[in-house]
Ligand binder design. Structure first.
Ligand SMILES: [Zn+2]
Length: 112
């Protein structure tokens, strides 16, 4: 697995994430799934720490991480091309990765 720096998520990104976390109000909804976001990873539906997301995906030229989302939501969002199909809009249970994958027409994980 590539390091954060190798993926382009280096010091500046970590600073942006820290800034977002300082401003964050626990319970605010996630852009992708609509569920509440918490600083405490154990309170998040996926049990993971929040990720700093780029409204304009990095692959589309975005350089600023400007909002927090869940870890797994960030992975499902990918480059944002399926934002109109996000679970917050469709009502699909984001924890059901296969259902979201089917909705998005992609496979994030190799299913047997
Ligand atoms: Zn989410």
């Amino acid at each position: 697995m590539k390091s954060a720096a190798a993926r382009g998520l280096g010091y500046a990104h970590r600073q942006q994430r820290e800034r977002l976390l300082r401003k964050h109000v626990d319970g605010n909804p996630c852009y992708w799934c609509g569920r509440p976001l918490y600083r405490d990873p154990a309170q998040n539906w996926d049990g993971n720490a929040l990720h700093a997301d780029h409204t304009i995906a990095r692959s589309q030229g975005g350089t600023v991480a400007d909002r927090l989302v869940h870890d797994l939501c960030n992975k499902q969002r990918q480059d944002g091309r399926n934002d109109h199909l996000r679970p917050a809009v469709t009502g699909i249970n984001v924890a059901d990765a296969r259902a979201v994958d089917d909705q998005l027409g992609l496979r994030l994980m190799p299913w047997p």
